[in-house]
Design a protein around this ligand. Structure first.
Ligand code: 13P
Length: 258
């Protein structure tokens, strides 16, 4: 049975003060709903330590939004995996479409980051997803296949336990348009099928695949209730307690029946 996982990607948002209070709100909620679902928040890097403190001894885990693959050294501006772990991160988001689009991250670079993080036991939330043009050209599966093959190159089956996939159709991110349940389920099933072929069916069955792209309180239960959707990676709606907490609650309710 796969445990539902709700992660908030705060992107380049919040202030020190709002980050701390949002983290504290999430922590209080998770004390109530835990241990039925896993919850993580991924604040901007300068706030990681303060957010970790605000999370206290709650079960909410901390994630970063980026990492570099090399060991600490002369890489101005970058974040070493060891540093993220040092401040309490259990997760790092890699391969996000915003990093692919605005920072030129390639499948090859993302792969190096995935291998480095997973092999050092930092959990990876590996994002894949097609653009609107890809979908309209019926290339969704081809694009997913390329991103998956690139991301998992050289990733041994033994590392899969460190990795969660997030299917985030680029056209659904920050647009208010979500994938329909049929579109989401089909993409998740395709990803799981790819994992079964690349690794083996039991490993594919165990892998969590989150959906991301305009997840809100009013669509979260339907999306997370789909057979191959194991939680949500939430952007905009993770920035306010009144929007994010209902998504956590929806996952906790689903966890009783799914
Ligand atoms: P939105 O929930 O704002 O669409 O963002 C999704 C996302 O990119 C999460 O990583």
């Amino acid at each position: 049975m796969r445990r539902l996982f709700v992660a908030g990607n705060w992107k380049m948002n919040t202030t020190l003060s709002s980050a701390k209070s949002l983290a504290a709100e999430v922590a209080v909620e998770v004390q109530k709903t835990q241990p039925r679902v896993d919850v993580a928040v991924c604040p901007p890097a300068p706030y990681l330590l303060a957010v970790k403190e605000a999370l206290g001894d709650s079960k909410v885990s901390l994630g970063a939004q980026n990492a570099y693959f090399a060991s600490p050294g002369a890489y101005t501006g970058e974040l070493a995996i060891e540093m993220l772990q040092d401040v309490g991160c259990q997760w790092v988001i890699l391969g996000h479409s915003e990093r692919r689009q605005h920072f030129g991250e390639t499948d090859d670079l993302i792969n190096k980051k995935i291998v480095a993080a997973a092999s050092r036991e930092l959990g990876v939330i590996f994002c894949v997803g097609e653009s609107l043009a890809d979908r309209q050209a019926n290339k969704t599966e081809q694009v997913l296949e390329t991103q998956l093959a690139g991301g998992f190159a050289g990733v041994d089956v033994g590392l899969l336990g460190q990795i969660v996939i997030a299917y985030e159709p680029v056209w659904a991110i920050g647009t208010g348009v979500t994938a329909s349940p049929d579109q989401a389920q089909a993409a998740h099933l395709f990803i799981r099928g790819w994992l079964a072929k690349r690794y083996n069916p039991p490993a594919a069955e165990e892998m969590r695949i989150l959906y991301g792209g305009s997840v809100k309180a009013d669509n979260a239960a339907e999306l997370m209730g789909l057979a191959d959707v194991d939680g949500a990676l939430v952007g905009g709606a993770s920035l306010k307690g009144e929007l994010f907490l209902p998504i956590i609650r929806a996952a906790a309710t689903l966890a009783e029946t799914k």
